[in-house]
Design a protein. Structure first.
Length: 404
C-alpha cells in the first residue's frame, strides 16, 4: 500500500527514545512491504546522513522547519487556547508542499506521529477522503504535563504547567476522536485516555526493538553507573538532576570512589554538580558506540520521575543484556518484575539499596539480564510488532462521521 507518514522530527541519528520510536514505526511498515513517503520537520540535524539512512526504508522528504521552545513563545501562548507544545508545530506554511504532493499521490494510509501533528487531520481528510488516517501517540502528552505539574516546586512553573495540562487534556482527548485509529504505545496510556473519551478508537502497539545483538566480552568497570537520555526532554533532565542531588550523596557515603557517567544529547543544558561529587560524575554526552560504553558499566539507571508511554531505551538495553535500575514510572507499560528482568527503586534510599546489591554482587546478574533479553525478543522484536501493526491496519475502518 501507499503510505504517507508525517513526523515532527527526523528520526536519525538514533540518539533518543523519540527518534528510535519513530524509526521503528517506519521500519515496521517497510518490513510489511508498504511504499512509504516520509515527511519530517527538519530541525537541527545531519540531514545528508539522515537521508542516506532513511532512504533504505522509505522515501524521505525534509521540511525546513524548527520548533524550539522559547520563553517568548511560552509567554505569547498564554493568550492562546492551544497548548504550547502543540501550537508551535502548527506550521501552515508547509501546506503548499503537501498541495503539490497530493496532486500526484493518493496514499491509502496516512500516519501522523504524535499529537503535535494531529492538526493536519482536517486538511489531509479534505485531500484524500478515502484514506485511513492513523495517529500514532508515543505518549499521552496531557498525562506527562499533569505529572510535571504535580512534581514541580516552582510556583510560577506550577501555575503555567497546570494551564498547559488543562489545555492539553482538552485538545488531546477531543482531536484524537477524529482519527480512524489511534495507536497508543502502552495499555496504561490507552486506559487513561479512554477514561476521558471512550469514543476514541484505540489500539495498543509498542515500538519494535532490534534484538539481533550478540554481547561481546566486555570488561565491566567496578562501581560504575550509566545514565542515557536526551536532556532536551524535560522529564529526562529533571530526573537526572533529582538523581544527582538525592541519590548520589547517599551512594558516596558507602562507595566513595563510584563513577556516574552521563550519556546522550546534552542539549546545552547545565548540569550542576555538587563540589563533593566533582570526581564521581563524568559528563560524556554523545558517543559513537553507546552499547559498549553502557555495557562496560555495572548498571544503567533510569530514574524517571515524570513520563508516559514506554521508555524505548529500557527495551533496547534489556535486549542488549544491560542490567537496569529504574522507577515504577520508568518501567511503566513494560510488563516486567523487580528482580526478574530488572531492578526497581523509587526513593533515594531504594536506589542506594539496589545499587549496593549490584556493586556487591548480591544479585544474579546473568539470570536477570538473560530474562530481560528473552522478554524483549518475545514481545518487542520487529517480527512480532510488524505483524501486530498489520492487524491494526487491516482492522481500521474509515470513520465517516468523525470530522468534528
Amino acid at each position: 500500500m501507499k503510505v504517507l507518514y508525517i513526523s515532527p522530527q527526523i528520526p536519525y541519528p538514533l540518539t533518543d527514545g523519540g527518534k528510535i520510536s519513530i524509526y521503528s514505526s517506519i521500519k515496521s511498515l517497510a518490513l510489511l512491504g508498504h511504499n512509504i513517503d516520509f515527511f519530517a520537520y527538519a530541525k537541527n540535524t545531519k540531514k545528508n546522513e539522515a537521508y542516506d539512512e532513511l532512504k533504505k526504508i522509505c522515501n524521505p522528504y525534509f521540511l525546513d522547519i524548527d520548533t524550539p521552545y522559547t520563553i517568548t513563545g511560552a509567554i505569547k501562548n498564554l493568550f492562546s487556547n492551544l497548548p504550547y507544545n502543540v501550537e508551535k508545530y502548527h506550521r501552515y506554511d508547509i501546506l503548499p508542499v503537501f498541495d503539490k504532493y497530493f496532486e500526484n499521490n493518493k496514499p491509502e494510509i496516512v500516519f501522523l506521529n504524535n499529537i503535535h501533528m494531529a492538526w493536519l487531520y482536517d486538511y489531509i481528510k479534505s485531500k484524500v477522503p478515502d484514506a485511513k488516517i492513523i495517529l500514532r501517540e508515543e505518549n499521552f502528552e496531557a498525562f506527562i504535563m499533569y505529572r510535571f505539574y504535580q512534581n514541580t516546586k516552582n510556583l510560577l512553573l506550577k501555575i503555567y504547567s497546570y494551564i498547559q495540562y488543562k489545555r492539553l487534556l482538552k485538545y488531546e482527548t477531543s482531536i484524537t476522536e477524529k482519527f480512524d485509529s489511534v495507536i497508543m504505545i502502552s495499555k496504561e496510556d490507552e486506559n487513561i485516555i479512554k477514561s476521558f473519551n471512550s469514543n476514541i478508537n484505540t489500539f495498543v502497539l509498542p515500538s519494535a526493538v532490534d534484538t539481533e545483538f550478540e554481547r561481546k566480552d566486555i570488561i565491566q568497570e567496578k562501581y560504575a553507573l550509566a545514565h542515557v537520555g536526551s536532556l532536551s526532554w524535560e522529564p529526562n533532565y529533571h530526573s537526572l538532576l533529582w538523581f544527582i542531588d538525592n541519590v548520589l550523596p547517599l551512594l558516596k557515603e558507602q562507595y566513595p570512589n563510584f563513577k556516574f557517567y552521563v550519556y546522550g544529547n546534552l542539549a546545552n543544558r547545565k548540569i550542576p554538580i555538587p563540589d563533593d561529587l566533582q570526581n564521581n560524575i563524568i559528563i560524556k554526552g554523545f558517543v559513537e558506540d553507546i552499547k559498549s560504553e553502557v555495557l562496560s558499566k555495572s548498571a544503567l539507571v533510569v530514574p524517571l520521575q515524570v513520563g508516559s508511554g514506554i521508555r524505548i531505551k529500557i527495551l533496547e538495553f534489556m535486549a542488549w543484556e544491560s542490567l537496569i535500575i529504574t522507577t515504577d514510572i520508568g518501567k511503566e507499560g513494560i510488563d516486567v518484575q523487580h528482580n526478574n528482568e530488572l531492578l526497581i527503586a523509587n526513593t533515594p534510599e531504594e536506589f542506594v539499596k539496589e545499587i549496593s546489591k549490584v556493586f556487591d554482587n548480591k544479585i544474579n546478574f546473568n539470570d536477570i539480564t538473560q530474562n530481560a533479553r528473552n522478554f524483549v525478543k518475545n514481545n518487542y522484536s520487529f517480527a512480532v510488532v510488524s505483524q501486530k501493526l498489520q492487524n491494526i491496519i487491516s482492522n481500521t475502518n474509515i470513520r465517516v462521521n468523525n470530522g468534528k
